[in-house]
Ligand binder design. Structure first.
Ligand SMILES: [Zn+2]
Ligand SMILES: [Zn+2]
Length: 293
């Protein structure tokens, strides 16, 4: 069974519509697929309909923009009730932060001599609800300023880069609790990716998150080299955290992240689903189930 628990559609910064993402999973022999767009559940319904038709199991998820010890961190939330008010409020606040960041980013670019209009970025964002730096990058590519997203990030948009603007992110420990209260389970995405600062996400940091209810850590991810994966796998074992592996697929938006390039073991997936079921029962929320299971 091939299980891929972290993918993006064009409702955030992927380039594939949710239904096409499911179809792509079916072609590549991925049996279980989680849709985890940044800060939105917008693609869930379309993906669910496609999954039922294609015979692919779909795990509805969200990759939530968080902050821990002053640095960005991404939290994968699986199977939470998307109508749970504290979750809705935080996601709205994050999305508003994404929208209000755009004018400030364009301002910084203008000062660097690059004249990009908000409409150029909106066009690049297409049907995305979660607008972000990748869409600014795409607009810069269209304009011929850079060749690809990576160059746009390296030259301008990376954290601390000349056109970088900070935005609102949820507090990580509180969000782990919110996801549980919404009847879902949370897994920390690519905690030791080199592009993120992971000093605070050490043994003590992960233990604190585990105490708050974190269910797992994403170990097998393209941004973790083999030594990093082994060290993180050991730590996850010590802390009794579920180990996951995923592609972080973005369609044409990210190279070397093809669907199914990393996968999650069957027993780890089963444990996550069991934990979600327990969280849903404890929360009293009507959390979604895995589609097609
Ligand atoms: Zn991420
Ligand atoms: Zn992601």
């Amino acid at each position: 069974m091939r299980i891929d628990l972290h993918t993006h559609s064009d409702r955030s910064d992927g380039t594939t519509a949710p239904a096409d993402l499911v179809a792509h999973a079916r072609v590549l022999g991925v049996d279980v697929l989680a849709l985890t767009d940044h800060d939105t559940t917008e693609g869930w319904d379309e993906a669910a309909t496609a999954a039922r038709r294609a015979g692919v199991r779909l795990v509805p998820g969200i990759e939530i923009s968080c902050r821990f010890a002053g640095h960005g961190a991404h939290l994968l939330a699986y199977l939470p009730d998307p109508t749970y008010p504290p979750l809705v409020e935080e996601l709205d606040r994050i999305l508003e932060g994404r929208r209000s960041r755009l004018p400030a980013t364009l301002d910084k670019l203008r000062r660097l001599g690059i004249d990009l209009a908000a409409d150029d970025v909106r066009r690049a964002a297409g049907s995305a609800v979660a607008m972000g730096r990748p869409h600014v990058a795409d607009a810069l590519v269209t304009k011929g300023v850079v060749r690809n997203r990576k160059e746009a990030f390296d030259s301008f948009l990376r954290t601390g880069g000349p056109a970088y603007v900070d935005r609102y992110a949820a507090e990580l420990v509180a969000m782990v609790r919110t996801v549980s209260a919404a009847g879902g389970v949370s897994v920390l995405a690519h905690p030791w990716a080199s592009r993120h600062h992971h000093a605070a996400l050490d043994r003590a940091g992960l233990a604190r998150l585990a105490d708050a209810g974190l269910a797992g850590v994403e170990v097998d991810h393209q941004d973790h080299d083999p030594a990093t994966r082994e060290a993180l796998r050991g730590l996850a074992g010590d802390l009794d955290l579920v180990v996951t592996g995923s592609s972080d697929y973005h369609g044409a938006g990210k190279l070397d992240h093809e669907l199914g390039c990393n996968t999650t073991a069957r027993d780890c997936y089963d444990r996550l689903v069991d934990l979600a079921r327990a969280a849903a029962a404890a929360s009293g929320r009507s959390a979604p189930a895995v589609v097609g299971a």
